[in-house]
Design a protein around this ligand. Structure first.
Ligand code: SF4
Length: 232
């Protein structure tokens, strides 16, 4: 299986009834500002090269962001906050992400999420998180030959990614590492392969960026540490 094949299979997934309904209803009703958009309304696959050495793990697509455009963190302020930081570090060729086909390219970075469909109120249930986990585990397994660090945005993603990392072949210590902004943990590969350095970072949601809980400098600091570990 390749990442492209995984992405192809993912976009047909209908395993979570509540999320299928929400993503499709949002695509039908639309936000007024996007009335002329043909919403994506399906699972949003990971974005970035298949040989990435840094993985960024978010939460879930936004109803009028990724669920509208079909690409991770594309078409909302949270995305522009993230891509702006990646641009500053030379890991993206543009500061903003507006639509698929806008020319945005990432260097050595793959962005994904533990839940691939937009949830109501940006809150997936634990059941939906568990249902979507095999997709994340498969993606991480496919990235394993090259990925050396992962930045996890927020506590939900942090909880969700641990079992997926285990399924993908890394050892997660017990007790499990605790989420915090700036948390840094090295996970050994179960088969003696390359370790993965896991970084915690506050999520780039407007709730955090508007209030200054997460500043551009704080995000750049974590991303730059992750890039350094990965040799980018
Ligand atoms: Fe499938 Fe994941 Fe979407 Fe659930 S959230 S329907 S498992 S892609």
């Amino acid at each position: 299986e390749t990442l492209a094949e995984l992405d192809e299979a993912l976009i047909d997934c209908r395993a979570c009834p509540r999320l299928v309904e929400w993503r499709e209803e949002t695509a039908r009703t639309k936000r007024r500002a996007y009335a002329d958009w043909d919403y994506w309304g399906r699972p949003v696959p990971g974005f970035g090269p298949p040989d990435a050495s840094v993985a960024i793990v978010g939460l879930a697509p936004a109803a009028h962001g990724g669920n509208r455009t079909g690409r991770m963190f594309t078409g909302d302020r949270a995305g522009d906050f993230l891509y702006s930081a990646l641009y500053d570090l030379g890991l993206a060729n543009r500061r903003t992400a507006t639509h698929r086909g806008d020319g945005l390219e990432l260097r050595g970075v793959r962005i994904t999420s533990p839940v691939h469909c937009a949830p109501p109120a940006n809150r997936p249930t634990p059941g939906e998180r568990d249902t979507c986990r095999p997709w994340l585990a498969r993606e991480l397994r496919l990235l394993r030959p090259t990925v050396r660090s992962a930045v996890v945005l927020g506590a939900f993603g942090w909880q969700a990614v641990m079992p997926a990392l285990e399924a993908a072949g890394w050892s997660v210590p017990r007790p499990r590492p605790v989420f915090g902004h700036g948390a840094r943990n090295v996970l050994r590969a179960a088969d003696g392969g390359a370790p993965l350095t896991l970084f915690g970072c506050y999520h780039v949601s407007q709730q955090n960026t508007f209030t200054g809980r997460l500043t551009p400098a704080m995000l750049r600091e974590v991303l730059s540490a992750a890039a350094e570990v990965a040799g980018l």
